[in-house]
Design a protein around this ligand. Structure first.
Ligand SMILES: Cc1ncc(COP(=O)(O)O)c(C=O)c1O
Length: 474
């Protein structure tokens, strides 16, 4: 069945047609973002995405402080990275030391955080949250301090259930467990469905912390090729499921880290159906789901689960309150096991940050905050992609994610991205080298860059420096 284009794709296609038909001619200025929003009834983020798409197709160009113009002469579009073909046998995992160094480096405020996993702290309503926290703590009744063990604060869980329900995902009352960030949720879910030595399917490339969790739990990884636009390769996954006894899959179908890939809805449905046929649980890591550039939140795979096999994990770390360490798991038929493991490990999640977020959600400003955050991130992505096009070697391929705040760069094949990372660090700039993102240290000429720091005036110079270093020495 043909996929429906997203709104920004539709808008880009309409504009491309206007250019093809000569209604917009070379050198013409495109309508401003504001005008297009009003005319088409779409958000600025959608217009930026559409213009970004046209730019990458080589049809228009942005002129600083002036706007978007139809390209005078067509140039070749910048290519997006290719999906890699990983090894097919299961591997033991060991990437912790490098990941640890990276985390250390991104804690130093003097280092430009292109390697960081978080967006700029100024994008979050820290003061409003603090007021919510103070208010909630003043109202706290003594018995509440222990009544929220182990599943978490009732009001917070109710608010989350309501948000799931609004996405058409009804959760049982006791399905949600509040955790210390998504990281704990993912750890507990994986532990609930595996034994040491089991095989777990992960994406290639994947989030390095997924590799660390597998390492800690003594699990073996089978990496499945993942397309920068469409997510995990379902045919390859079906092949692995037919060949191996797979205990679980850990996937990020929405704005995958590091690729930013968004699985189209029909493929998410196929994924859930495929795993259901094999009785394999899906641990769905969905921490970036709220950071879409389009008009609607993409449904998680959980929305298509009728067997209780999807353990959906997320948090407020990337979209509201980094550092509060409040996440959750909606663990389907494994919810009780996850709760039991939570009780046996950390017993409960700290009450004050849960109450602060619960109060904040009840005040009603969350969706407005998310809208602003999404717009800021979409604009910044476009801006930094342009800088990359200007300053990186011409053969560099860059992703065009429809959400989140990571760009994945495939540099010319003779580039040693780890050496580039070290040289950038020496210049006070962190990056996330590609070898971090696979168990067998492939992606040697790839980099993940964080583009979630609008307003940080060091970014432009840092992109230029990293691009120049990449171009000068490989
Ligand atoms: C894909 C992915 N999952 C999970 C996490 C961890 O989330 P949290 O900070 O809520 O533990 C991160 C953080 O970088 C992430 O990128």
């Amino acid at each position: 069945m043909a996929e429906h284009p997203t709104r920004y794709e539709q808008l880009a296609d309409d504009m491309a047609q206007a250019i093809r038909e000569g209604l917009l001619r070379p050198g013409d200025r495109l309508p401003s973002v504001r005008e297009t929003c009003l005319r088409r009834g779409v958000s600025p983020a959608t217009v930026f995405q559409a213009y970004g798409l046209l730019e990458t197709r080589g049809l228009i160009e942005a002129r600083p402080r002036s706007g978007f113009y139809v390209q005078a002469a067509r140039r070749a579009p910048r290519a997006v990275p290719q999906a890699a073909v990983p090894k097919t046998e299961a591997t033991e995992v060991a990437v912790s030391a490098l990941a640890f160094d990276l985390l250390e480096s991104t804690r130093d405020p003097a280092v430009v955080p292109l390697g960081s996993a978080f967006p700029g702290a100024h994008l979050f309503p820290i003061e409003v949250l603090a007021r919510s926290g103070a208010r909630a703590m003043r109202r706290l009744k003594p018995q509440q301090i222990t009544s929220a063990l182990t599943a978490g604060d009732d009001k917070l869980r109710q608010s989350l259930r309501r948000r799931y329900a609004l996405q058409g995902i009804p959760l049982a009352a006791d399905e949600l467990v509040i955790t210390n960030g998504a990281m704990e949720a993912l750890n507990l879910c994986l532990q609930a469905v595996t034994q040491p030595g089991d095989v777990v399917v992960i994406e290639s490339p994947t989030f390095y912390a997924a590799l660390q969790v597998l390492e800690r739990l003594k699990l073996r990884a089978v990496e499945v090729a993942t397309d920068p636009a469409e997510g995990v390769d379902l045919d390859a996954l079906a092949g692995v499921l037919a060949r191996e006894r797979v205990a679980a899959c850990w996937l990020m179908p929405t704005f995958q880290n590091p690729l930013g890939a968004l699985m189209p809805v029909a493929r998410k449905q196929d994924l859930v159906a495929l795993l259901a046929r094999h009785g394999v649980p899906l641990i769905e890591d969905d921490v970036y789901g709220e950071l879409y550039a389009d008009v609607r939140r993409p449904p998680p795979a959980k929305a298509f689960d009728s067997d209780g096999l999807v353990l959906h994990c997320s948090s407020f770390s990337k979209c509201l309150a980094p550092g509060y360490r409040v996440g959750w798991a909606a663990a389907g038929r494994f919810a009780r096991d996850v709760q039991r493991l939570k009780m046996m490990s950390s017993l409960a999640t700290s009450i004050p940050p849960q109450l602060a977020i619960a109060d904040y959600l009840l005040q009603g400003g969350y969706d407005r905050h998310l809208r602003r955050l999404r717009e800021a991130l979409a604009e910044e992505q476009l801006r930094v992609r342009r800088l990359i096009e200007r300053h990186f070697p011409v053969r560099t391929r860059v992703t065009r994610p429809a959400g989140g705040y990571f760009l994945w760069l495939e540099l010319p094949p003779d580039t040693d991205a780890l050496a580039l990372h070290h040289r950038a660090m020496a210049a006070g700039i962190s990056t996330a080298p590609g070898v971090l993102f696979s168990a067998d240290r492939r992606f040697t000429h790839h980099l993940r860059l964080n583009v979630g720091h609008p307003g940080d005036e060091r970014i432009d110079a840092a992109i230029r420096t990293v691009g120049e270093v990449a171009g000068a020495r490989r």
